[in-house]
Write a protein that binds this ligand. Structure first.
Ligand code: GLU
Length: 176
């Protein structure tokens, strides 16, 4: 049972994401991460282990972004590791996803995306989501999300962010 926290507003996102994730720590997790959309470009910071490890790392970073997504992971597909930790991102680092739950048809989606030349960086069921977003995106973020979600089987909660739309966060859930 992982946790998802997303923030968009006028304050610095990173401390708010971290405070939110800390309040969900009791649910248990094996790794944690955040993705931020900064003026200088996106930043993804993930660490295996306790939030304190991520927190300590962030102390040395200059993070001014006012939009971001955060996650604590309880692995279901793929070992607990920094590589498998969320957020996951697409080939061009344009889309970012955090996910709670299980994408039941991830294997067939992975095979389809692989055939289309899509590289995978993790062992998670989650990563298909971000590649589907890239595949369906033609300028309308919400439309790409709706097309993506229509391809997914299983139970899930998703937090999604795109570098093309820094003023938007989209959440979606099914039976979760
Ligand atoms: N199934 C996903 C994974 O293994 C999400 C797990 C979770 O809910 O934390 O990465």
């Amino acid at each position: 049972m992982c946790g998802i926290v997303c923030y968009i507003g006028e304050q610095q996102a990173a401390p708010i994401l971290m405070a939110g994730l800390k309040s969900l720590e009791y649910r248990g997790y094996d790794s944690a991460g955040i993705a931020l959309l900064d003026k200088g470009g996106p930043a993804v910071i993930k660490k295996q282990g306790k939030l304190a490890i991520l927190d300590e790392y962030l102390q040395g970073e200059k993070l001014d972004a006012c939009v971001g997504i955060g996650h604590t992971r309880w692995a279901t597909h793929g070992v607990p590791s920094t590589r498998n930790a969320h957020p996951h991102y697409g080939r061009q680092r344009d889309f970012f996803v955090v996910h709670n739950g299980i994408i039941e048809n991830h294997q067939e989606l992975r095979a389809e995306l692989r055939k289309e030349g899509c590289p995978f960086h993790s062992e998670t069921d989650t990563e298909v989501v971000v590649h589907l977003l890239e595949k369906y995106y033609t300028g309308d973020f919400l439309k790409a999300v709706l097309q993506t979600v229509s391809r997914l089987r299983g139970t899930f909660a998703l937090g999604m962010m795109s570098a093309f739309h820094p003023d938007t966060l989209i959440g979606a859930r099914r039976d979760s």
